[in-house]
Structure formats: structure tokens, C-alpha cells
Ligand binder design. Structure first.
Ligand code: TMP
Length: 211
């Protein structure tokens, strides 16, 4: 049984990941591939509980280090319980965020040391790396407009991390682009401006080499 492929989607807020993740699953299934979708943080009961803790608006928000460790705890559980067994059984796994988000958000965004995050990430994932990562890149204005649109259509407000401010979000974008430049064979940067269909065409094309 051939090992499944592991594909992750990354990007800042409002980059349209969740839609593209669903489209990729449908397109792969049409080709007869068995696909499991995961999202981070989450995907197991424990990891979903950690997600609630991280998104919680309570009066005791995690400090930056606690935030980092909570994301890593959720990831360790998801990798060990879900992602690895799926890949080993030949299932392809498509994940809405993975370890690059931690380097971008907790490293470039919060300012925690990148080398420590890389090592801790590796420990949490037992060395697992995606076969391909799609970085959906949008400019800050598009990102803000999409977030406002989402808040209006779902009648929700931005959460603790989404509200982190323009400087934080610019650092994130810079971080993601630096990471893509450092690992060009794994991370493909896809222009996520334009409508859903245009972005999807770019995503699909960028995956041709591994399909
Ligand atoms: P989302 O699933 O709606 O994108 O929410 C996940 C939020 O958590 C998003 O704001 C990005 C953030 N995040 C981190 O800060 N670090 C991480 O390692 C991950 C996976 C997500």
C-alpha cells in the first residue's frame, strides 16, 4: 500500500483556505483518491478542546508561550492519532493549516524565537512534513475586506488572534513569504486575490507535479 500524500494550506486571515481545501478534496475524490480533511487546531476530541481554549475570549488569555505550547499539543495529538495512521493506510490528508502557521503566527507574529519553534514543531509532529504546502497569499486590504464580509454574513466578530492588529498581520505575511522562499520545492505561493474559481485554477495547477 503506497503511503498517502500530505497537502497543507497556509495563509493569513481571509485568504480563502477553507473553500480551497474543500474544492481540493472534491477534485481528488473525483480521481478516485481517498481523502481526509483536517483543520488545525482541532481534529480529535482533545485537539478540539484545545481549539476552544485558544479561541476563548475569557479574561485569562494565554500568554505567548502558553499559546505556542497549546497549538503544539493539539498538533501532536492530531499527528499521532489521525494524520499518521491515515497516511500509512494510503489515505491522502489535506489540512487547513499545519506547522507553518505556528512559525508564522507565534514566531513572526508574536516574536517568539524561530529556532525554538522549529525544533518544538518537529518534536510535536515526530518529524512529519507536508509533501506540498499551498500558501494562499493576499494583500492586507483584500484580507481585511474578506474578514469584514465574513463577519457580516455569519454575524460573528473577529476572534482574539484575528484581532491582533495590522502590524501583526504584516509580519505574518512577510514570514509566510520568507518561509516559501526558503523551501521552494515544498511551499508553493499562490496568488489568492480574485474570485474563488480563479484561485482554484491556480491551486490545481500548482499541484500538478504531485498528482
Ligand atoms: P482558523 O482555523 O479559523 O484559521 O483559526 C485558527 C487560528 O489560529 C488562526 O487565527 C490562526 C491561528 N493559528 C496560530 O496562531 N498558530 C497555529 O499554529 C495554528 C495552526 C493556527
Amino acid at each position: 500500500m503506497a503511503r498517502g500524500k500530505f497537502i497543507t494550506f497556509e495563509g493569513g486571515e481571509g485568504c480563502g483556505k477553507s473553500t480551497q481545501v474543500r474544492r481540493l478534496k472534491a477534485a481528488l475524490e473525483q480521481r478516485g483518491v481517498t481523502v481526509l480533511l483536517t483543520r488545525e487546531p482541532g481534529g480529535t476530541r482533545l485537539a478540539e478542546q484545545v481549539r476552544s481554549l485558544l479561541k476563548d475570549e475569557a479574561d485569562d488569555p494565554p500568554c505567548d508561550r502558553a499559546e505556542l505550547l497549546l497549538f503544539l499539543a493539539a498538533r501532536a495529538q492530531l499527528v499521532r492519532k489521525v494524520i499518521r495512521p491515515a497516511l500509512e493506510s494510503g489515505t491522502w490528508v489535506v489540512s487547513d493549516r499545519f506547522s507553518d502557521s505556528t512559525l508564522a503566527y507565534q514566531g513572526y507574529g508574536r516574536g517568539l524565537p524561530l529556532d525554538i519553534i522549529r525544533e518544538a514543531n518537529d518534536f510535536a509532529c515526530e518529524g512529519l512534513k507536508p509533501d506540498k504546502t499551498i500558501l494562499l497569499d493576499v494583500d492586507p486590504e483584500t484580507s481585511r475586506a474578506r474578514m469584514r464580509g465574513r463577519e457580516a454574513s455569519t454575524n460573528t466578530t473577529a476572534d482574539r488572534i484575528e484581532r491582533a492588529g495590522d502590524d501583526f498581520h504584516s509580519r505574518l505575511r512577510k514570514g509566510f513569504l520568507e518561509m516559501a522562499a526558503a523551501e521552494p520545492s515544498r511551499i508553493v505561493t499562490v496568488d489568492a486575490s480574485g474570485d474563488e474559481d480563479e484561485v482554484w485554477e491556480r491551486v490545481w495547477k500548482s499541484l500538478t507535479p504531485i498528482l
